[in-house]
Design a protein around this ligand. Structure first.
Ligand code: WT7
Length: 592
């Protein structure tokens, strides 16, 4: 770190191409430089009822407050699943539905601070469940629908969730016997759908039946700004997934970034393509848009280029928040397809999760007329921190500038800011509103992020240019970003060595034109096993079945031995060099 970069051109090909904005653009944030001088987070607190009442609950600010005013009958949620659901929920509808679910939870003695896992596909029930959980001050633990047994076990055990909302189809993946804390199961069943393999010793309740019996009134459980909001599990380079706990106060950050970076206004139809299993799907799929009172679209089902274009046309989406891999997948389908749809409703596009390459940016700009705006942040930061803004010119390929009221810098190991155009660790001055409150049950892990006093260490490397733009360069650790999703090599390695043919495994991210990186595994086989293409497929399938499809290796290479240090740590740096056909560098710490 701190290595001097002679020319930034070695990281980005086009540092001098600008995306220019018209002078009189009608953005919520009019003047970035001015906002940086005068903006104060304290002033944002005044936008919330709790500022006067001292009674905090984000659900009041998202739903009840709007349902008591002119937005009462405004659509909060458009839900479309091309496989057969097309529904609308007003702010009042969501207030009522979340009150019902809050009452259901209370009936089964679930209370403030209890963790309630939500393991569901993207459906209105997923959103209503999270809102109902938050309404009673319990803490939702969203679990991505693709998770299989091993991934679920880690997260359910660590959070000690006492209740769970899921569907009959997902039920068989949950290892109830190994989860003594899990006492209540709410099942979302289709009409006449049977549920097989029901666990014993767990209360099983029919979600729709219970909802029908529950009262429609429920005052939120009043909390303080420091109380819990949500736990998102995310991966690091070592160990199991970490439970990132956010606090209610995060709403201050969600609200203002939704206004200024997403630029949401009252007349927008906003589409965040992220699943609430990941932080983008809650911070900007639930908390941000509904605290500002926006209409949000949720599309169910898997990615399909046709259906995505159709969604924009059908709902006349105005603001679209998505990810580079999605843009590249659309790009891969060619330019004729978008010509069949009207995309002219769009007025603003944002991107998150991985660097947006200039080709993808230009391609989206060509088909929509709008350049996607980068937003950089992390599960741990809870909110967007480095962005390009709708009213501000930006350099194509740059990650952006710190959000007003926050300070981000490139530092060395001692916490000193490095000179311009020099690579270092991207760090953020502590104290922004949505900063995580804790790593659930792991104080040590939490402290690691703050080991340089006064700073939050992101684990990303980046540099800053003379115009104040921050340019993302890569991860400083072994965390893999594949299709925008964060995968921990250790978790995948642990899953791989469970396979009977595998002796040892080392996992890295391999650069990929569409997915940013793919998960690649180096594997040494047990004695008596012979390498084959069939075995590769079988091993990849095994990880899919036990952990999650997005974490399964897309590429496997067999090798006689996994390179390790004398203390037994896998040298992923060596694996990356092997993969790229590059010299392995200093291997003096490698075991014999
Ligand atoms: C990591 C965090 C919270 C949003 C979803 C990702 C990478 C995120 C960008 C961007 C380049 C980005 C970083 C970061 N990342 N946004 N605009 N440009 N890289 O959250 O899963 O916690 O991952 O995603 O490497 O550290 P996450």
């Amino acid at each position: 770190m701190g290595r001097h970069v002679k020319s930034p051109a070695s990281f980005v090909q086009e540092s001098s191409e600008w995306v220019r904005k018209p002078k009189a653009i009608d953005a919520n944030l009019k003047d970035y430089a001015k906002a940086c001088r005068s903006f104060r987070w304290k002033d944002v607190e005044k936008e919330f009822d709790w500022h006067r009442t001292k009674k905090v609950n984000i659900v009041h600010e998202m739903l009840d407050r709007h349902a008591a005013g002119p937005r009462k009958n405004k659509v909060a949620l458009y839900f479309w699943d091309p496989a057969g659901r097309d529904e609308k929920y007003t702010f009042l509808d969501l207030k009522n539905a979340s009150s019902r679910f809050g009452n259901v939870l209370k009936k089964f003695t679930i209370k403030k601070n209890d963790r309630v896992a939500v393991f569901l596909p993207r459906t209105p029930e997923l959103y209503i469940s999270i809102l109902g959980i938050n309404r009673i001050g319990a803490i939702p633990v969203p679990l991505f629908e693709a998770f299989m047994e091993a991934a679920l076990f880690d997260r359910l055990e660590n959070s000690a969730a006492s209740a769970m909302v899921t569907t009959p189809l997902l039920l068989s993946r949950i290892p109830f016997k190994k989860l003594p804390h899990l006492k209540h199961l709410f099942l979302i069943k289709g009409k006449g759908e049977a549920a097989e393999g029901l666990p014993s010793g767990v209360g099983v309740y029919d979600y729709f039946e219970e909802m029908a019996k529950a009262a429609i009134q429920l005052t939120p459980t009043w909390l303080t700004a420091d109380d819990g909001l949500v736990i998102h599990y995310t991966s690091g380079s070592t160990g199991r997934a970490k439970g990132v706990l956010h606090r209610q106060y995060a709403m201050v950050g969600h609200y203002q970034t939704t206004k200024w970076a997403l630029d949401l206004r009252d007349d927008d139809v906003y589409w965040c393509t992220a699943d609430p299993g990941w932080v983008t799907g809650t911070s900007y799929g639930i908390y941000g848009p509904w605290t500002v009172g926006a209409s949000s679209l949720v599309v169910g089902g898997r990615f399909s280029a046709e259906q995505w274009y159709e969604a924009i046309q059908k709902f006349e989406v105005t603001v679209w928040y998505s990810a580079p891999t999605a843009f590249r997948l659309l790009m891969a389908q060619g330019k004729d397809l978008p010509k069949k749809y009207s995309l002219k409703s769009l007025r603003h596009i944002c991107s998150v999760g991985e660097p947006l390459n200039p080709e993808a940016l230009r391609w989206i700009r060509d088909i929509t007329g709008i350049a996607p705006h980068e937003t950089w942040w992390m599960t741990e930061t809870g909110m967007q921190l480095i962005c390009n803004y709708r009213s501000a010119d930006f350099k194509l390929g740059a990650t952006g500038k710190p959000f007003p009221g926050t300070y981000a810098a490139i530092i060395d190991d001692k916490g000193r800011e490095v000179p311009l155009n020099t690579l270092g660790q991207l760090a953020v001055k502590t104290g922004w509103p949505a900063m995580m409150k804790a790593i659930w049950g792991n104080k040590e892990k939490y402290k690691e992020y703050f080991r340089v006093k006064g700073w939050y260490l992101s684990g990303d490397t980046a540099y800053k240019d003379k115009d104040g733009f921050i340019w993302f360069a890569g991860r400083a650790d072994d965390v893999i970003k594949t299709a925008g999703e964060r995968v921990g090599p250790f978790e995948v390695e642990s899953a791989l060595v469970q396979h009977p043919a595998v002796a040892e495994a080392g996992v890295i991210g391999k650069p990929d034109a569409v997915r940013g990186h793919i998960v690649k595994a180096y594997i040494s086989l047990r004695a008596g096993q012979s390498p084959s293409e069939t075995l590769k497929k079988e091993i990849a399938e095994f990880v899919k079945r036990n952990m999650a499809a997005h974490a399964a290796p897309r590429e496997i290479e067999f090798c006689p031995k996994i390179p390790k240090t004398r203390s037994g740590k896998i040298m992923r740096r060596v694996l990356r060099a092997w993969d790229q056909g590059q010299p392995v560098g200093d291997v003096s710490t490698m075991e014999e």
